[in-house]
Design a protein around this ligand. Structure first.
Ligand code: ADP
Length: 747
């Protein structure tokens, strides 16, 4: 690529030297325009034609120092691949000659000289053959067709949409650079392998966004990070795509614990997760329960289990077993989970598959959840058979991970989302529909799983958030959100079952193909691109901070703006320009503003690939959010900030303030309960500090609820709710109750 680029620029220079010597006013023969100079037209967005003046008219002979600085960017170093990295803040800019050379073979573009009728100046432009362009990949630009047509016509090139004369050199189409105040700045310093998808998403978002791949001194509006929140000592303010504690909560043991807890409270509603035991602590319980099951179901009952390392990903370290004593000794040292293996998956063409559903946890207080309308289906590469001693080791048959199956001879790379080993979710749903399955119900069940799972892990996330980003300090506190990947398996009767939640779902848009044993080649993956680019684009859209939005003069203006915006789908230019233009009309009526807001919101929602789940379905799910209120009590008494563990004094104060010393709960009994729970949960979320972690606090709380309300309530959830009311009532009386706002985000 770099060789090609080099040849092209040499060649273009030669054309300039032989074709047109440039006349300068002092009579010197000027060398051809330096390459950097010809950069300007592309900076201003011309896609089809780059105009290069070959005769400098008198009034522009001595450009102002500012203009020169702007038009002669300092050379940037070559990246490891030999291509020049995009400069900060320049998403799709670049030199038109260089870009034409990278985008088209020489045969596809030519130079054309023309004279302007009004000034008599002569200009040269690069013309890309229309027929060639349609065959080749489209050059990237955010310029509207109308704009490019004007540029081509030449005579209109210096006149803007409002008929005003453009400033600057004639023949050069200038696009107004949006003021930074209106542009969303995105820091991608920590985006690592996700840079490709982010850049494509930014291109779709258009001019209202600016990427800062090397950071920005003044701080950015948004940050995209691959490492988890807890992996950093400090995080700048702004909108960040990581939530404190999410990595911990999505590991297999903690997730299963949170879901088990909800299963205790709402047994029927939380039955979408396979029975799971945590190793090594629950190994004996696992053996005992399997023994009981076998005794009950008879000798022919041969259950299968799957062992997964607690923090494992991409199928690493996973194995199947049928005898509990086959748990490898490593499982007894390193944390892992052992789970009931689902032996009856729904098959397509005889292959097992699972679904990757993308979920955006946009805010924890107030709760905001979105689900991706499009997702992915990942297929095994060996036809499925019920597990038996003979095939337990066959990972290509039992595990759907792409990271494993890409090495299989049976892996099918396909550009079509409808066939192959990686498909779009929509294609699988359509297939099910064609088979007469109730896809609407299936989708509702998936939404149900998503909402309940997030509600299950939310109390811990809120606790982490509270400890790491204490409320009082709202200045400089980031606003956090996270994109999650839910892995869901369909059983033969089309019941979705949650397998795991991935806090860092892969956003790679290329695939790997094995060319020879162990040697992989990266190839484009249209299916990944089709799914992930719009997803990331919309995540950014939903999460972008609100910049000052001027109010237009009249409702008709609002509608005009909206129509204009619709014209340039995927390009925010017109929006921003309109916002700019209407800046001075800030005194307009409130109703106009509301109308604008409503129309804006509707339009945005319709366009998004993300579908709002919460608060849309708040009414159906509100009653499951019990444990969050326990989390608020925990945060109120956890004491010293910066720790997620409660000391014995904090626990005693909690029981005394909430008047829990009754029904035989003496101070001594409370102390013993504290010690017991702290010991039982010493292993949880290893922050190496002594005390009672949140899970231990919940267990203690549940114990007290049973003691106090066993005779008064029928359901366990009612006992817990009664204890929460009791505690909150007592705290309210004293005027010291933490309100829900304790978890609210700063922005
Ligand atoms: P990892 O994080 O390593 O990918 P997963 O929990 O996603 O671990 O499991 C890997 C694969 O194993 C899944 O994609 C699925 O195909 C299979 N799998 C996991 N758990 C079960 C289960 N309980 N029943 C059937 N298959 C399972």
């Amino acid at each position: 690529m770099s060789v090609k680029l080099q040849n092209m620029s040499d060649r273009l220079s030669a054309v300039q030297i032989h074709g047109h010597a440039i006349a300068v006013p002092d009579g010197r023969q000027h060398s051809p325009l330096p390459r950097a100079r010809s950069k300007s037209p592309a900076v201003h967005g011309s896609r089809r034609v780059a105009l290069t003046p070959i005769s400098i008219p008198p009034r522009t002979r001595t450009p102002s120092p500012r203009a020169r600085t702007h038009r002669t960017p300092s050379p940037r170093p070559l990246s490891a691949t030999g291509s020049r990295p995009a400069s900060a803040g320049q998403v799709d800019g670049g030199d038109p000659v260089g870009r034409a050379a990278t985008l088209y073979p020489t045969s596809m573009f030519s130079f054309e000289t023309f004279r302007r009728r009004d000034s008599g100046d002569t200009f040269r432009r690069i013309v890309v053959e229309e027929s060639s362009r349609s065959k080749e990949k489209r050059p990237v630009s955010s310029m509207s067709t109308a704009d490019s047509e004007k540029t081509e016509s030449g005579s209109d090139a210096d006149v803007d949409a409002e008929g005003r004369k453009r400033k600057g050199k004639p023949g050069i189409v200038r696009r107004r650079r949006l003021p930074t105040a209106l542009v969303i700045t995105l820091d991608t310093t920590r985006a690592r392998s996700q840079l490709d998808v982010i850049r494509l998403a930014l291109k779709q978002l258009g001019r209202g966004w600016r990427e800062y791949p090397h950071g920005r001194k003044a701080g950015s509006d948004m940050y995209w990070s691959v490492p988890a929140f807890n992996d950093y000592d400090d995080f700048p303010s702004g909108v960040i795509n990581k939530l404190p504690g999410m990595k911990d909560m999505s590991n297999k043991a903690n997730l299963s614990q949170a879901l088990d807890r909800m299963h205790q409270l709402f047994p029927e509603a939380f039955d979408f997760f396979p029975t799971t035991w945590r190793l090594p602590e629950e190994f004996h319980q696992f053996c005992a329960e399997v023994r009981v099951l076998k005794e009950r179901r008879g000798k022919r009952y041969k259950p299968t289990f799957i062992v997964k390392p607690d923090e494992g990903t991409q199928g690493g370290g996973i194995y199947l077993l049928q005898d509990p004593h086959d748990v490898k000794s490593i499982g007894m040292v390193r944390p892992a989970v052992v789970q009931e293996y689902l032996t009856n998956p729904y098959l397509i063409d005889g292959y097992k598959f699972d679904l990757r559903i993308y979920v955006l946890l946009a805010n924890i207080e107030p709760l905001e959840i979105y689900i991706g309308r499009e997702g992915m289906a990942r297929f095994c590469t060996v036809p499925y058979q019920s597990p038996s001693r003979m095939n337990l080791h066959e990972s290509y048959m039992h595990l759907t991970n792409y990271s494993l199956n890409k090495y299989s001879d049976g892996f099918i790379h396909s550009e079509d989302g409808d066939i192959g080993s990686k498909r779009t979710l929509s294609s699988v749903l359509q297939r099910l529909k064609r088979r007469g399955k109730d896809v609407d119900k299936l989708w509702k069940d998936i939404e149900d799983i998503v909402l309940k799972t997030i509600i299950a892990i939310l109390p811990e996330i809120k606790t982490f958030h509270h400890v790491m980003l204490p409320p009082g300090k709202s200045q400089g506190r980031p606003k956090c959100y996270q994109l999650l990947g839910f892995d869901i398996l369909l059983t033969s009767d089309l019941k979705p079952i949650l397998l795991e939640v991935n806090s860092n779902p892969s956003l790679k848009i290329d695939a790997e193909r094995e060319v020879s044993p162990g040697v992989m080649e990266a190839i484009p993956s249209p299916v990944d691109e089709e799914i992930k680019v719009p997803l990331v684009r919309d995540v950014l859209k939903v999460m972008k901070p609100q910049k000052k939005k001027p109010v237009p003069k009249s409702p008709s203006k609002v509608l005009d703006n909206l129509t204009d915006e619709k014209k340039g789908d995927g390009d925010d230019n017109s929006t921003d320009e309109n916002r700019n233009l209407s800046e001075d009309s800030a005194g307009s009526s409130d109703s106009n503003a509301n109308l604008l807001k409503e129309l804006d919101q509707t339009r945005e929602r319709e366009k998004l690939v993300l579908l709002e789940l919460y608060p849309r379905l708040e009414k159906q799910y509100e009653h499951f959010r019990l444990v969050e209120r326990v989390a608020a009590l925990f945060c109120q008494f956890v004491g010293i900030r910066g720790t997620t563990r409660m000391g014995p004094t904090g626990f005693r104060t909690f029981t005394r303030t909430c008047k829990l010393h009754s029904n035989g709960l003496t101070t001594a009994a409370i102390d013993i309960l504290y010690i017991d729970m702290a010991r039982r949960w010493a292993h949880a979320i290893p922050d190496r500090t002594a005390g009672l972690c949140f899970q231990g606090f919940i267990d203690a709380f549940f114990y007290i609820a049973r003691r106090k309300f066993y005779n008064r309530c029928e359901q366990f959830a009612e006992m817990v709710a009664a204890l929460i009311d009791h505690c909150e009532g007592n705290l309210e009386e004293r005027g010291t109750l933490f309100r829900a706002g304790v978890f609210a985000s700063p922005l």
